[in-house]
Design a protein around this ligand. Sequence first.
Ligand code: NDP
Length: 255
Amino acid sequence: MSVLDAFSLSGKVSVVTGANRGIGRALVTALAEAGSDVVLLIRDNAGAAEVIRELEALGVTAVAVTADVTEPDEVRRAAGEVMNRLGQVDVLVNNAGACIHRPALEVTAEEWRFVMDVNVNGVWHCAQEFGRHMVAQHSGVIINIGSISAQIVNRPQWQPGYNASKAAVHQLTRSLAAEWAPHGVRVNALAPGYIKTEMAAVDSPEFKRYWIDDAPMRRYAMPSELGPCVVFLASDASSFMTGEVVVMDGGYTLF
Ligand code: NDP
């Protein structure tokens, strides 16, 4: 097997949460380009037809399955639907996430719960329900999208709930990796720095001084730049790697 063959996802089924836009859309495209059949796990499939068409043009099967990741019953049903329609699940990318910028003393109880619910409970429900099938089939890979916010405190905006939630994602990654390694399931996290999406207003002048000028590479990234790393983590190219957090941030966390 040549080294590039180790990156192939041909014959695999990959599920990406929040795959309709932003980073999730770029990641589902990368996985499909590597040969994987793909499932878009999304809240609302109204706008999914165009993405599905683009993915099918790559020569893979692409389907949309709906679920709100904060609802355990919906996630369980969605996992069952994936197994019924595609027969297996090899890769789960927990990408869906939410962020609220607010100083700590102004964060409402509802806002705190909302961020924790999507970023921590959502990752947990999906990992548990899809992980159940992976453990049963004795193979699988989970990739959690964490953040540099698990390691640093972003500025000038305050986002205490988001930062705490992503730290939880990194530690949940390690915990599941240790528990499921004997069952043939690898669990890693990808922690991006600033990426241009609806969540991160990277072009806003008020953020430039801190988000861009403070980064050694002096730029943000486009979502597609994360794709090759997710293919690496999803494939046999990373076969001896579990419980790791891969940081991709243009050097931001060096300072
Ligand atoms: P976007 O805001 O562009 O997209 C968020 C995605 O999450 C959407 O697809 C959204 O679906 C989905 N989502 C939110 N809540 C739920 C829910 N309850 N159930 C199902 N899906 C949900 O964000 P990004 O693409 O920027 O972020 C993707 C991931 O990357 C997040 O985990 C984020 O924390 C992380 N990240 C982003 C960084 C950045 O700079 N952009 C940096 C570091 C990490 P819908 O369209 O239905 O709202």
